[in-house]
Design a protein around this ligand. Structure first.
Ligand SMILES: [Zn+2]
Length: 338
């Protein structure tokens, strides 16, 4: 999900981080990065092919870092593997393997890596470990100037050699189930916005369908699972101040779910198309998710993977629950051919 207001970004700094960083930058580092005479970063930001739907591809091993617990982080020039984002971990990592010569290394996790361009990464040995930050150890925002952002493939076996050409293979069924979950999650948010529209007492920004963007205002966590998602939304004082009336919402949940599910069934029935705008091939380049519904077109920054049209789903449904001033939406997005 994508917050659309500055306030919401505080609690859900996510896909727009790269965009924000780019817009805010006035630093000397940026000037240096654009200077053609400046040396290229030792480790460039990883080229990612998953936005185009790729699930396999060859690559060159650029670095291997110590990932702790006897594991290694394998960094390559380009990858089809989707990493989990430590700051907004909505879509989990792809599963799969790295084929290196006649060895098949299982990829046990895929996380973000980051390395300052001012660091000289020594590609000749284990010195890399000191320079590459992994996952929660990354001290900067995704897209920060002067840094390269990396897809780190975590393996438990002996890693491939530096400079080796490897074949990266994502589990296609797991990927497709995650894509169904992610598309379902975003579309369900639009249905949620629609059924809560009459609870807003003040004007707030609307989504692409024309409903007040409850999801953008209140979404606190989002977890994409294979074939679904779980989203939580705050309903407390801060949302009330913005004009949301949560009175009696718990009793209203069955009716809200019924209306949301009717809308979702309609959108699946018209086979609404899902498309992308991709600003560039690198991990940190902005990607815009677009879903064209009869009521309007929803556009949002999104770093995940998706289906191509809603007709790929046999079932798209939500259920709601409320505890401690928090609304939970569980979305089920089952593929027609699964
Ligand atoms: Zn997304």
């Amino acid at each position: 999900m994508q917050p659309s207001t500055p306030a919401a970004q505080d609690t859900a700094a996510q896909d727009t981080a790269a965009q924000d960083a780019a817009a805010q930058d006035t630093s000397a580092l940026d000037t240096a990065a654009q200077d053609a005479s400046a040396p290229a970063p030792t480790l460039p930001t990883t080229i990612v092919t998953y936005p185009a739907g790729e699930v396999s591809g060859t690559a060159t091993v650029l670095a291997v870092a110590d990932a702790g617990d006897g594991r290694s982080a394998v960094i390559v020039d380009r990858t089809p593997f989707h990493p989990v984002d430590h700051r907004w971990p909505d879509q989990g990592p792809d599963r799969g393997a790295i084929a290196a010569g006649d060895r098949r290394l299982e990829v046990v996790d895929v996380v973000l890596g980051a390395v300052a361009n001012t660091n000289t990464v020594d590609n000749t040995g284990t010195g890399n470990a000191a320079a590459i930050h992994l996952g929660e150890q990354i001290p900067v925002r995704r897209g920060e100037d002067g840094w390269s952002f990396l897809v780190a493939h975590i393996v438990a076996d002996q890693p491939p050699a530096l400079g080796e050409t490897v074949l990266l293979q994502v589990d296609p069924d797991h990927r497709r189930a995650l894509s169904a979950g992610h598309t379902g999650c975003h579309v369900a948010a639009l249905a949620l916005n629609a059924v809560l529209a009459d609870r807003w007492l003040k004007d707030i920004p609307v989504d692409g369908v024309g409903s007040p963007d409850f999801d953008g205002q209140a979404n606190t966590t989002s977890r994409i699972t294979p074939g679904g998602s779980v989203d939580t939304y705050r309903l407390g004082k801060s949302l009330r101040k913005r004009g949301f009336n949560a009175e009696g919402i718990e009793e209203a949940l069955p009716g809200l779910a019924e209306r949301a599910n009717a809308l979702l069934a309609e959108w699946v029935a018209v086979d609404a198309p899902v498309s992308w705008e991709i600003a560039g091939p690198a991990l940190t380049d902005l990607r815009t998710w677009i879903c064209t519904l009869p009521e309007g077109e929803q556009r949002m920054a999104c770093g995940g993977t998706h289906l191509h049209h809603l007709g790929e789903l046999a079932r798209l449904q939500v259920s709601f629950s409320v505890t401690d001033a928090e609304l939970t939406m569980v979305t089920t997005a089952i593929l027609a051919d699964s």
